[in-house]
Design a protein around this ligand. Structure first.
Ligand code: ADP
Ligand code: MG
Length: 255
């Protein structure tokens, strides 16, 4: 059979990787006298590997991370309040399966998003989980400007995904709808799916963030039942080589 016909058949069967490589494989096979079983097996293995690679790349795109970083790239020496060994336990599939939560709190530039993204990427690449990452304010704005049916459709992927990263809670003056939307998400995910939240406001300030102390209490209660909170300290990583005085020390006026 000629190569053109084989190519056509592979196209119809949706086997792009084999279509790319079969001509070389035939040549190598006759040169090295590979068995037919090894020849066919090799081609199929390649197609399956390429398919898996595409699936994971699709999951990473779908997660919508603001950037891609790993835990290996995170310098834990800057954070004595957090131990690498402890943080690594969040990479285990049980974090998602047991519906646990992590809340990372601190001023900007301390690596809260970096750590969250690192866990998210690992959960996709190692465990093939459905991960979503979203800015709280952006999600709330989308939900608030939608009608009831549309609202349901917007929220569904965030309540159902296996790991949800809610980034930057409390950064902007919050919409009044923020508390109820977050409560809905957190209570649907409670004890079933993993959640990571980053915030610049301490848990005790969440009542002000949501303009409802009781609602904030209910959210924190669920998160902390099987969750951990970290207060990150230190200077922004973005300013690490700039030798600036810490914010609020008065040094900025003098500069
Ligand atoms: P935050 O979400 O706390 O504002 P980010 O996670 O966005 O901070 O971090 C800001 C930048 O600094 C990112 O590029 C991140 O990779 C980097 N960064 C922050 N902390 C560290 C760290 N400890 N080690 C390596 N890179 C860091
Ligand atoms: Mg951030």
């Amino acid at each position: 059979m000629d190569c053109q016909r084989i190519e056509e058949l592979l196209r119809r069967l949706h086997l792009p990787r084999i279509r790319e490589t079969f001509a070389d494989s035939i040549e190598r096979c006759s040169r090295e006298e590979t068995s037919l079983a090894d020849f066919l097996g090799g081609l199929l293995e390649e197609e399956v590997a390429a398919r898996e690679e595409r699936r994971l790349a699709r999951l990473v795109r779908q997660a919508n991370f603001p950037f891609e970083k790993t835990l290996e790239q995170f310098d834990f020496r800057r954070h004595p309040e957090m131990r690498r060994q402890v943080f690594q336990t969040y990479l285990d599939a049980s974090f998602v399966r047991e519906g646990r939560a992590v809340v990372l709190i601190g001023p900007p530039g301390l690596g809260k998003t970096h750590l969250s993204v690192a866990v998210g990427i690992h959960m996709i690449q190692r465990h093939g989980f459905d991960v979503r990452c979203v800015l709280v304010q952006e999600l709330v704005n989308r939900v608030m400007s939608a009608d009831a049916r549309e609202r349901e459709r917007i929220l569904r992927p965030y309540s159902r995904c296996q790991l949800l990263i809610l980034d930057e809670l409390g950064y902007l003056v919050p919409e009044p709808g923020t508390g109820p939307i977050l409560y809905e998400l957190i209570s649907q995910r409670y004890e079933k799916r993993g959640t990571i939240i980053t915030s610049n406001k301490s848990l005790t300030e969440w009542g002000k963030v949501f303009q409802d102390a009781a609602l904030a209490g209910a959210i924190v209660d669920r998160l902390m039942h099987h969750g951990d909170v970290y207060y990150l300290k230190g200077q922004s990583y973005r300013l690490k080589d700039k030798h600036l005085p810490p914010p609020g020390s008065g040094g900025e006026e003098a500069a």
